[in-house]
Design a binder for this molecule. Structure first.
Ligand code: ADP
Ligand code: MG
Length: 320
């Protein structure tokens, strides 16, 4: 009796049907000379020569919980967080590849639903899904997406360009994102382009760790400090039924220290910032929340006139 050929350990039963399903679902894209189905994708690369690359990995039980998020939402988010990073460089996304480790036994349907969410956002943002890798695992679901993009003309815009006197502008509203917003946010790609077009965009970051933490990334990279005005920080309205923060923190404390807002924080030359605020070039709210100053730390002007230090991470006790 001849021995069975060994089954490669990373192969799972439904892997090939899943990849076939993904291949049909994704279809063709004008920038993909060769897409899913060969050993590597062949991509028609647009000008310019420089390329942006971002990767983010989501692990079940660490970054998401399938009791609280649908597979479609998780798949969408895995791409969306990368698109937010590309936006934060003042870039446009071009293509993406996906790595998927599916818990054994539920690969087929779960894999399809993850990809349904991911491909839907890829289509909406004109990102070519160029390929990926799929494996079975005895561990938790892991989904890693890599996006490659191109800097917009005049980009990329780094964290390191903020200068004293720059205004600090923020898109959208901040805080309390962990119930729904973190699964539904729109990556601020168009807004980043419009901020760049203002001609005064010096530094840019997306708020993923929280306003204070991400502001400090800009301050550290730029060698500057900042002063924020509490009254001008745009607060997300709590969802119905969630008006009372379980830990008693104020909406301002949430806005400053919660993460996963995926809004843009920009340091903009004052003249260009004033024009942007007077006539925002997009429908997303845009707020001037303070300015870049000399130094290396941040402080917050409270509504009652007190000035309190703003540490990189939570300091909510000082706000309440
Ligand atoms: P190889 O053994 O050459 O790596 P694979 O069987 O891993 O080939 O993949 C076959 C094709 O399917 C490749 O084009 C790959 O990019 C694509 N692919 C595999 N998994 C995914 C996925 N989760 N999403 C999109 N494309 C995928
Ligand atoms: Mg492979």
């Amino acid at each position: 009796m001849s021995a069975q050929p060994p089954v490669p350990p990373h192969r799972c039963g439904g892997e090939f049907t899943l990849i076939e399903w993904i291949r049909r679902r994704v279809g063709s894209h004008p920038r993909l000379e060769v897409g899913i189905g060969d050993d590597a994708a062949v991509l028609c690369w647009p000008e310019p020569e420089r390329m942006l690359v971002a990767v983010d990995m989501l692990v079940e039980g660490v970054h998401f919980d399938l009791q609280q998020a649908t597979p479609e939402q998780v798949g969408r988010k895995a791409l969306a967080v990368n698109l937010s990073d590309i936006a934060a460089m003042a870039g446009r996304p071009v293509a993406a590849v996906v790595s998927l480790a599916l818990p054994r036994g539920q690969d087929e349907e779960l894999g399809q639903r993850l990809h349904e969410g991911l491909v839907g956002l890829a289509e909406a943002t004109d990102v070519a899904l160029a390929g990926g890798d799929t494996t079975a695992t005895d561990g938790p679901l892991v989904l890693s997406v890599t996006v490659i993009g191109a800097p917009l003309p005049g980009g990329p815009v780094l964290r390191s360009g903020a200068r004293p006197g720059d205004r600090l502008l923020v898109t959208g509203c901040l805080g309390q994102s962990r119930h729904r917003h973190h699964l539904e946010f729109t990556p601020r790609l168009a807004e980043a382009g419009a901020l760049l077009d203002s001609g005064g965009l010096h530094a840019l970051i997306d708020i993923s760790d929280g306003l204070a933490a991400d502001l400090y990334h800009v301050l550290a990279e730029s060698g500057v400090g900042a002063r924020l005005r509490a009254e001008d920080i745009p607060l997300r309205e709590p969802e119905p039924g969630r008006e009372h923060s379980p830990d008693g923190r104020t909406a301002l404390a949430h806005a400053i220290s919660d993460g996963e807002d995926f809004e843009l924080l920009a340091a903009v030359e004052p003249g260009a910032a004033a024009e942007l605020i007077a006539a925002p070039p997009f429908a997303t709210p845009l707020a001037d929340i303070g300015e870049i100053v000399e130094g290396n730390s941040a402080e917050l002007l409270m509504p009652d006139g007190r000035i309190v230090p703003l540490p990189p991470l939570g300091y909510e006790h000082q706000l309440d």
